[in-house]
Design a protein around this ligand. Structure first.
Ligand code: KG4
Ligand code: ZN
Length: 337
């Protein structure tokens, strides 16, 4: 079955056609990076306006590139939560209108589940159950994916996401938006031990994270050095932040995999593009004999192909929405629509 999928949760307007959850027939992404770069981060109101301007065109292009018409489409999958509410509403309302006009079933999809599903596209052999580390700009979760639509959270961040910590560290170091990617690039030859980072302890759960301490430490250190007339070495500071964040991600995921006997580990979300994170997980999994699944780089960030992949499994599980569907800025990954 072919699914038309739509994504507009943040600053990418995307549409795709995906067959049976795994085979991408087309995937179109209109990025707003250049515009938000002027402001050093995503401006929600601008994001919504740009989505509204281009969503019809992007969708038409996705159908066109796949060589199909709406008559070939079995369902429309749309990201309905979590994300920027104004941005999500553009995709959700567009999808509702298209579903009504064409009589096509509508399937709401959780954004973070779709990040995990990017791996079904990259790895045709991957099937649940597995343990997933979901690391994006706004979320950091360790989840048991017991089945395609059966999620159980083991740990999550108590404050900032890993991506937020990298983005704000990049910003204070003067690197342009998108911070995480530029921090990764600028740190390739840096010394990860140059600036010791705090080792946050989170009481109550062995798998939870806290990244606000590292973020604040970096901001304070850079400001302090600047007041003293010193300039921090961007590569060294960047490599140190990344090492601090990645150490924490690796440590908790390793513990969860050992405690719950998982030998399949999946990385997902924008931060899974990070070169150090990918390398460290390759080493970890090689050491334990675990199978590691990484999304290909083009599928790490926001895209609609991953929404079509997860949408297929949600559809198979009977998930449907009617025209009362609303977007939600927050939603637990365990919850179904
Ligand atoms: O999943 P995503 O595209 O959007 C959200 O759902 O949030 O993730 C965006 C996050 C941003 O924080 C961005 O800086 C980060 O992913 N990111 C990276 C890299 N590429 C993107 N972080 C670290 N290293 C990278 N190479
Ligand atoms: Zn995302």
């Amino acid at each position: 079955m072919k699914i038309l999928s739509i994504e507009s949760s943040c600053d990418e307007t995307a549409a795709a056609v995906v067959e049976d959850g795994r085979n991408v027939l087309s995937s179109v992404i209109a990025s707003q990076v250049e515009e938000h770069k002027l402001y050093g981060g995503v401006v929600p109101e601008i994001a919504s306006r740009r989505h509204a301007e281009c969503i019809s065109q992007i969708t038409a292009q996705a159908l066109d590139e796949a060589g199909v018409t709406m008559e070939d489409i079995g369902a429309i999958a749309v990201t309905a939560a979590p994300g920027l509410i104004g941005a999500l509403l553009v995709g959700v309302n567009f999808a509702k209108g298209l579903a009504l006009a064409t009589g096509t079933p509508l399937v709401p999809v959780h954004h973070l589940r779709s990040h995990v599903a990017a791996n079904y596209i990259s790895h045709p052999d991957l099937t649940p159950p597995f343990l997933a580390l979901v690391v994006s700009g706004g979320h950091t979760h360790i989840v048991e994916v017991r089945d395609y639509t059966d999620y159980h959270v083991l740990g999550q961040t108590r404050d900032d996401a890993a991506g937020e910590c990298m983005d704000k560290s990049a910003r204070v170091l003067g690197l342009p938006y998108p911070g995480g990617l530029n921090l990764d690039r600028a740190s390739q030859n840096g010394d990860p031990k140059a600036f010791p980072m705090p080792h946050p302890k989170v009481n109550g759960s062995e798998y939870d994270f806290s990244f606000s301490g590292i973020k604040t430490h970096v901001i304070n250190t850079v400001h302090h050095m600047e007041q003293m007339g010193e300039t921090p070495d961007v590569a060294d500071m960047g490599a140190s932040v990344i090492a601090g964040v990645v150490d924490f991600l690796v440590r908790n995921t390793e513990k969860a995999a050992l405690d719950f006997a998982y030998d399949k580990i999946v990385l997902a979300g924008g931060v899974s593009a990070n070169s150090v994170l990918r390398r460290r997980f390759e080493e970890l999994c090689a050491e334990h004999g675990w199978q590691l699944y990484l999304p290909e780089l083009s599928l790490c960030g926001d895209n609609a192909a991953m929404v079509g992949a997860q949408g297929y499994y949600e559809f198979e599980n009977g998930v449907r929405a009617d025209l009362t569907l609303n977007a939600r800025p927050t939603m637990n990954i365990e919850e179904s629509f």
